[in-house]
Design a protein around this ligand. Structure first.
Ligand code: GUN
Ligand code: FE
Length: 459
């Protein structure tokens, strides 16, 4: 593996800075600064291109990707429950409100054990990096020590991450064995994590950011929600929570406050430019307006939604309204740790929403939503550039000033699952095959801020 700090990469690949189109890079020359930020992107035909290639070659800093290798921006996962990784691929047989108490809270409670946390968090960060996820927005647990261990694991392994200590202080909804001791303790713990992350000696470049994380309205008291809104504002930190995820959860908030989840979160001051709402399946047109005006983002988690949401997120409608939307795996509500599966799931869910699902209903009445589909271009944009926009981080595309967070797809990897046909597959058709058929074996090298963090460097 080769670090690219201070080097210049000559590569072909793809990125999608704008939704709806793919920008193909052919023999692009990407200069990476020592701090891992892209200095310039030049293409054949640009005036400075030839001279820059020559200069890098003479300086011994030119790195070439071999034929059959394609450079993509690192994937941005907007919704991961880090402690649930041991449960990935299990416990998908009951509704959300049962799943939490039967499986998930007992598992998360085990992170009181720091050795358990260290082992599982290390594994998760390693696996996500190997899957091409260079930025992850993490829920941890209510535990201060274990949450710090997650921060440390991201810094050690070099993953760009946003980490929140989960707040759960509502005795009506949270079990005795897994609940913050008090509202004050919950909010103090959240504030303490912000200080820990920002003062961390290994976090000088801000690779990891803290996130104010009320789990969701049902798990929190009004007192903690008020305080967390104030904390996020005073610290200028990110915020993450769940919003209108299922019939039960959406209904719970309507019953408790008489308004939707979005409206309630807004009243608590939890919706801002740095807020990410997971799911948001049942948001109303007014909610969409609120989310857009606040410039908050939605983490669309199509795989998880198939098991827990009771509905399909109206993705296309949200995008057309101008909402920031990216993708999440929702480990372990979604049974895959790969954003490739989230991309495929997002396309498939949108197609089913458009077509409808009941074969007994005639086609013209089968769906109430026309033109709901997205395609692989949209999905790729959501998993990369849109994720960066959602987090207000300069990641997800190749442009000067953006972090060099990227990975290489080796279409000829031994044991890989992409079969390109040279005469058939050209331009963005290659990306389409990558989006739909790539597997982990095809991921050759992963970089975060120019540091090689996973994979093997192609020879
Ligand atoms: N709502 C509250 N907690 C959770 C969780 O862990 N996963 C999902 N999908 N929804 C939640
Ligand atoms: Fe979730």
């Amino acid at each position: 593996m080769t670090d690219l700090k201070g080097k210049t990469l000559l590569a072909s690949g793809f990125h999608a800075p704008e939704r709806g189109s793919i920008d193909e890079l052919r023999d692009a020359l990407i200069a990476v600064r020592e701090d891992g930020v892209i200095a310039s992107v030049l293409r054949p035909g640009d005036e400075a291109y030839e001279a820059a290639v020559g200069a890098a070659a003479r300086a011994g800093t030119l790195v070439r990707l071999p034929k059959g290798h394609y450079l993509l921006p690192g994937l941005v996962d907007l919704h991961v429950h880090a402690p649930q990784y041991p449960q990935l691929g299990q416990a998908l047989d009951v509704p959300l409100e049962v799943w939490l108490h039967k499986y998930t809270f007992p598992l998360e409670a085990r992170y009181a054990d720091v050795a358990f946390a260290r082992r599982n968090y290390g594994l998760l960060v390693k696996d996500l990096l190997a899957n091409g996820t260079t930025t992850a927005l993490y829920f941890a647990t209510i535990h201060r020590d274990a949450t710090r261990i997650l921060v440390d694991a991201c810094l050690e392994r070099g993953q760009r991450a946003l980490v929140g200590k989960v707040v759960m202080d509502n005795a009506d909804q949270c079990p005795d064995y897994y609940r913050d001791a008090s509202s004050q303790a919950a909010v103090d713990g959240a504030a303490e994590l912000i200080d820990y992350v920002r003062a961390h000696p290994d976090n000088g470049h801000g690779l990891v950011s803290p996130v104010v994380t009320p789990r969701f309205i049902p798990s929190c008291t009004d007192a903690s929600l008020v305080e967390l809104g104030a904390l996020a504002k005073s610290c200028g930190s990110h915020v993450q929570t769940h919003c209108s995820e299922s019939d039960w959860e959406h209904g719970y908030v309507l019953e408790r406050y008489g308004v939707t989840d979005t409206a309630a979160l807004d009243r608590f001051g939890l919706l801002g430019r740095l807020s990410v709402l997971a799911h948001a399946n049942f948001i109303t047109p007014d909610d969409m307006d609120t989310i857009r005006v606040r410039r908050s983002a939605v983490a669309h988690c199509p795989l998880s939604n198939a098991y827990f949401a009771n509905a399909v997120f109206p993705l296309k409608a949200a995008l057309e309204k101008g909402l920031n939307v990216g993708l999440g795996t929702d480990i372990s509500g979604g049974p895959s740790a790969s954003l490739f599966d989230a991309m495929r799931g997002a396309v498939m869910a949108s197609r089913m929403l458009e077509a409808g699902t009941d074969p007994d209903v005639p086609p013209e009445r089968r769906s109430s939503r026309r033109a709901a589909r997205i395609d692989f271009r949209d999905a790729f944009h959501l998993a990369t550039a849109a994720g960066g926009t959602a987090l207000d981080l300069p990641v997800g595309q190749f442009a000067a000033g953006y972090h060099f967070d990227a990975f290489v797809i080796d279409t000829e990897a031994v044991g890989g699952t992409i079969r390109l046909q040279e005469d058939l597959d050209r331009g963005e058709a290659i990306l389409q095959k990558i989006v739909y058929t790539a597997s982990r074996t095809n991921i050759a090298t992963v970089w975060v801020g120019g540091r090689a963090v996973a994979g093997r460097f192609p020879s």
